[in-house]
Design a protein around this ligand. Structure first.
Ligand code: FAD
Length: 250
């Protein structure tokens, strides 16, 4: 895959995403420790490879931990993939281009806030993009209702699942594949998916049919308007501070 990408094979990314990667300034040396049996490593390695191909300020070294045991010990790498940026631990676990960009493109939050704050009101806004959120979005949008989904990770726990064998009528599938298919199905109905939107408990409120939140203390306030809010966060506990919603655990 790396050879294909460096050889000029076009990356499977939208034009907007490619432009965003090319515009990133700074020096980024990523090092990813992986193992050959790790299910989540290929996504990370391929995402960083493609970013390195598109932007010369981004470099990426993928390290098979089994072959560099001394490095693994020195850096106390406990799990793979472990990603280092400019010598410091950057992240662990499965990540794609979107998640990596959200962490390194510091202007992205302001641009995203400006874009979101001008969105027309939704008829229904779903918070949570796992199978439950995806199903709710499809049902709503099929009725011609203007629907939005805000989620930390569209796909939810399914993204962490390898083999799924109890989805009736599908003998066997893989989590990331099912998550992709869920996303395609949802997008087929023109649902607005706002991915990488973690609503941190104390930082979100409902105010006059409006979901108002910050992605973190240092980031701009975002607001999305909808008369109907459906919260499907699986086992995430809602903030006690939301007056209109009784805190619950689904
Ligand atoms: C490793 C693993 C293997 C599994 N294997 C199977 C299996 O083989 N068969 C099976 O039937 N089930 C399996 N499951 C369980 C199945 O994945 C879950 O039951 C299912 O995903 C629940 O769907 P959900 O939409 O309710 O919640 P989730 O999938 O948990 O989705 C929750 C959504 O809410 C978002 N979210 C959470 N907090 C916030 C926040 N604060 N702000 C914004 N968004 C937020 C998440 O990013 C996500 O989009 C497995 C689970 C795991 C972890």
């Amino acid at each position: 895959m790396a050879l294909l990408q460096t050889g000029g094979h076009p990356p499977k990314l939208g034009d907007e995403k490619i432009a965003q990667i090319k515009a990133i300034e700074g020096e980024f040396l990523f090092e990813t420790y992986f193992s050959l049996s790790c299910q989540n490593c290929p996504d990370v390695v391929q995402a960083l490879n493609v970013m390195a191909v598109l932007n010369p300020s981004i470099r990426h070294v993928a390290i098979d931990g089994a072959l560099f045991q001394q490095e693994v010990d020195e850096r106390q790498v406990m799990s793979v993939p472990s990603i280092y940026l400019n010598g410091k631990l950057f992240a662990q676990g499965r990540m794609g281009v979107d998640e990596i960009l959200a962490k390194i493109d510091t202007g992205a939050a302001t641009r995203e806030a400006a874009k979101l704050n001008t969105k027309a009101p939704f008829d229904v806004l779903i918070v949570g993009g796992g199978p439950a959120g995806a199903a709710a979005a499809i049902y709503a949008a099929r009725k011609g209702i203007r629907t939005g989904v805000a989620a930390e990770r569209f796909g939810g726990q399914v993204l962490d699942t390898m083999s799924i064998e109890n989805f009736i009528s599908v003998q066997e599938t893989e989590g990331p594949r099912l998550a992709r298919e869920l996303e395609e199905h949802v997008k087929h109905y023109d649902v607005d998916i706002m991915n990488l939107h973690l609503l941190p408990g104390p930082l979100w409120r409902l105010r006059d049919q409006c979901l108002v939140y910050r992605l973190s203390q240092s980031q701009p306030v975002l607001s999305l308007t909808a008369p109907c809010l459906i919260v499907l966060l699986s086992n995430a506990v809602l903030s006690q501070e939301n007056n209109n919603i009784t805190s619950f655990q689904a």
